[in-house]
Design a protein around this ligand. Structure first.
Ligand code: SF4
Ligand code: SF4
Length: 525
């Protein structure tokens, strides 16, 4: 098979070359302290007819959108230029224009950011994944077209379709942004490129838009969980709590005037109900005045618009605010979901006004407060197995919530050890910006092999002193999407079986340490 590998890709190559620009090769990927890695697969040759395989052979945008005729190409270019004009216009881009313009204007091309990017490093330093490469392509498009006002041969269907795919080769972890000496935000540039494609051309991966936001608004949750299904699961969780702990807990739902509205990522209800159960046990034991909501959208903290579209972001954020207002709560507390932290506490600040501007906060400082004030009777010996902590990018790097989670772990897990690097320097799980739920065609392979690679290395390194499978070890990931991505890498590389590494949230470890919970709450088998 012919390899289409270009080590240095010019804007002209990007716009003109017909073949796939880059091919990932196993022997060029960054080193893992691990043997028996599954082989890379070849893309299905038929995919190229409808999907954009000319970047690196992987497909993130799984809607068949490739133009088939000259007319369709023409229409694509026109719409793209229209979207570009709006992206650079202060009336249309009311959310992020200022940081976008600053980031586009001030790059010194010093490449300090390259070595910060887990995708660039893991790929074997393939140029297209360099944080600055994507931004430079956008800068050149803006220059060539005078901000979308002029046609250019170099801004054609190939340039545009490749750029769209390229915007889904970055997890928007913003590790590059933190490293940039002048604060250029390549993560934001990526997100704004996605926004252009979604808002102007209606192009976004199915998992984010159709199965994500649209389903969230129509059925009540991005998982498809309806309000009726939610009520059934709550009943099941109450029974499960009693069976596992002997505690009879009535989970409060739709309690008007409660102090706290707790919102979980709905993935927890379906995939990790023990996380919801653990929150209920802790909040009840600590005597908090709290409630869940059974309203459409109110039981799902997910807001995928954060990753691709301001309009969709606003729709969900406003529903969350309306529900909190209707319940007349004092504050919204976000459960273990990183991007929901970002959506509702940071970005929604631009949307919530007046009575809808209800205080919003992370669960992590609240949990540390409960542990610190000894509202629970905890015995750390019950968690006497190796534990490490994954830092969700949106919680740590974006919001600066670094200490509460590790203080809890230092208090309740005698064998807690840090990954390196950690805190605000930690690597993304590889599931950021929607990657965790994008499972079409060959994209899961890109996630496992490239996007999550640095995270897998960190996990394996953290447990090197007990890497044998008979010692059970726990990766604590206080974020639903991160848990999903970590589950997938542990499965892809068969790490649980080979090394005895399990994963879960933070609250499960707290309940596991509770003196009056006799049976292990954390299950590692
Ligand atoms: S984004 Fe920042 S770190 Fe990266 S090349 Fe530009 S100035 Fe340098
Ligand atoms: S935001 Fe993260 S994944 Fe994206 S270019 Fe920067 S470091 Fe790489």
């Amino acid at each position: 098979m012919v390899d289409y590998i270009f080590n240095f890709i010019s804007f002209e190559d990007f716009s003109e070359i017909d073949k796939q620009l880059v091919r990932i090769r196993q022997n060029e990927l960054s080193h893992l302290p691990f043997s028996g890695e599954p082989d890379l697969t070849e893309p299905n040759p038929e995919w190229g007819e409808k999907y954009v395989t000319e970047l690196d052979g992987y497909i993130a945008i799984d809607v068949p959108w490739k133009p088939q005729t000259k007319e369709e190409e023409e229409e694509l270019v026109n719409k793209f230029l229209s979207g570009l004009r709006k992206l650079l216009d202060k009336e249309s881009n009311w959310t992020f224009l200022q940081p976008l313009l600053l980031s586009l204007e001030y790059c010194a091309r010093c490449q300090t950011c390259s070595e910060a990017c887990p995708i660039y490093i893991a790929s074997g330093r393939k140029e297209i994944y360099n944080p600055n490469f994507r931004s430079e392509i956008l800068r050149k498009i803006i220059k060539e077209t005078k901000g979308g006002k002029k046609r250019s041969k170099k801004v054609n269907a190939k340039t545009i379709t490749r750029l769209a795919e390229l915007s889904y080769r970055c997890t928007i972890c913003r590790r590059c942004t933190q490293t940039c000496p002048i604060g250029v935000d390549n993560g934001l540039i990526t997100r704004e490129i996605r926004k252009l494609f979604s808002q102007e051309l209606g192009i976004a991966p199915t998992a984010l838009h159709k199965s994500g936001t649209v389903q969230h608004l129509e059925k009540g949750s991005s998982t498809g969980l309806t309000p009726e299904g939610f009520s059934d699961i709550i009943e099941f969780i109450e029974e499960d709590i009693e069976e596992r702990t002997g505690k009879k807990i009535k989970i409060p739902v739709d309690e008007k005037g409660a102090d706290i509205l707790l919102i979980h990522n709905a993935g927890e209800y379906l995939s990790w109900p023990e996380n919801v159960a653990a929150f209920a046990i802790i909040f009840e034991e600590a005597g908090l005045d709290w409630t869940l909501s059974s309203d459409m959208v109110g039981y799902d903290a997910v807001n995928y618009g954060v990753w691709y579209d301001d309009v969709q972001l606003s729709r969900i954020a406003l529903k969350h605010a309306e529900i909190a207002h209707k319940l007349d709560v004092n504050r919204i507390v976000v459960g273990e979901c990183g991007h929901a932290h970002k959506a509702i506490t940071v970005i929604a600040d631009r949307i919530f006004v007046d009575e809808y501007n209800i205080p919003r906060e992370s669960c992590l400082p609240l949990l540390w407060d409960i542990v610190r004030k000894k509202k629970l009777n905890l015995d750390p010996e019950k968690n006497n197995f190796p534990v490490t902590l994954h830092d969700p990018c949106n919680v740590v790097r974006l919001m600066g919530i670094v200490e509460p989670q590790r203080r809890i772990l230092n208090e309740i897990c005698p064998q807690f050890r840090e990954m390196h690097p950690n805190g605000v320097y930690n690597y993304c799980c590889g599931g950021g910006s929607g990657f965790a739920i994008m499972n079409s065609m060959n994209f899961p392979e890109f996630r496992a092999k490239v996007a999550s690679r640095m995270k897998l290395k960190q996990i394996l390194d953290a447990f090197q002193d007990h890497i044998e499978p008979d010692v059970q070890k726990y990766v604590c990931a206080p974020c639903s999407n991160c848990k999903g991505a970590i589950r997938d890498i542990l499965t892809h590389y068969n790490v649980t079986e080979k090394c005895g590494i399990y994963y879960g949230g933070l609250v499960e470890l707290i309940v596991n340490a509770m003196v009056d919970v006799e049976e292990p709450f954390v299950e590692m088998y």
